[in-house]
Every structure is written in structure tokens, then in C-alpha cells.
Design a protein around this ligand. Sequence first.
Ligand code: SF4
Length: 135
Amino acid sequence: MSKSYGNTISLRENPSVVEEKLRTMPTDPARVRLTDPGEPDKCPVWNLHQVYSDDDLKNWVVDGCTNAKIGCLDCKKPLIEAILEEQQPIRERANEYMNDPETVRGIIADGCEAARDVARETLEEVRDSMGLIYR
Ligand code: SF4
């Protein structure tokens, strides 16, 4: 997977884009027609079901796919819902920060200060270890 190939989903991606990417995601090439049985193990959508779906749903996919009872879009539908639901709080949180740049600047300033403290301590340790005492 690579961003340049356009086959990744970013955490804050627009829901309609996420849905489109999943709807057009490749499936088992053997399933050309709805009546063609497939093999989930040969389908990248199945990998997502392993992550997002419970056992009942996975059993439904295996039965539906191998016996050509469901279409690939039917199979992808619960995944689309699960992924969009997972991303929803991330999107909301990100929007809060995007609408409040002052808070973001404060967080960055605090982080810089904390990083400076750590860098200072590390430098002192290095100087001590090397016998470079400038006092
Ligand atoms: S039904 Fe699901 S698992 Fe089977 S080929 Fe289609 S998308 Fe893949």
C-alpha cells in the first residue's frame, strides 16, 4: 500500500472518499459475476473483515462469498460502516483543533519546552561522559 498509489485510507479522510475507495477496492478476481463463487482468502477485503468484523459477520462473508450468495458490495457495506464509525471521533477531534489554532500553538510551545529540557539533560550527560565540563 502506498499513498502515491491512492490505495491507502488516511485517518481524517473525507467519509465520501473513504466510501468510494472501499467500494472500488479490488476483490477476488474470480468473482466476475454475482453468480461466480469466490474465495475470501484471495480477496483483500477479507483482510479488513479479519480486523473489523465479529465471527457472525465473518461466517456470513465466507458463506456468502464461497456460495455466491452475496455481492462484493454487500460484503463491503458493513466494513464501510465500521471504518467510518471508527474514524468519526478522530475526525471530530481533529476538527476541534483545526478550529482552535491558539490551543494548537500552545501545545506545540509546551512540547518544544519539554523537548528542550530533555535535550539539555542529554547534552549534560554526554559532556559528563566525555569529560567535557565547561563550568
Ligand atoms: S464477497 Fe467479499 S470476500 Fe468475497 S470476493 Fe467479494 S468482497 Fe471479497
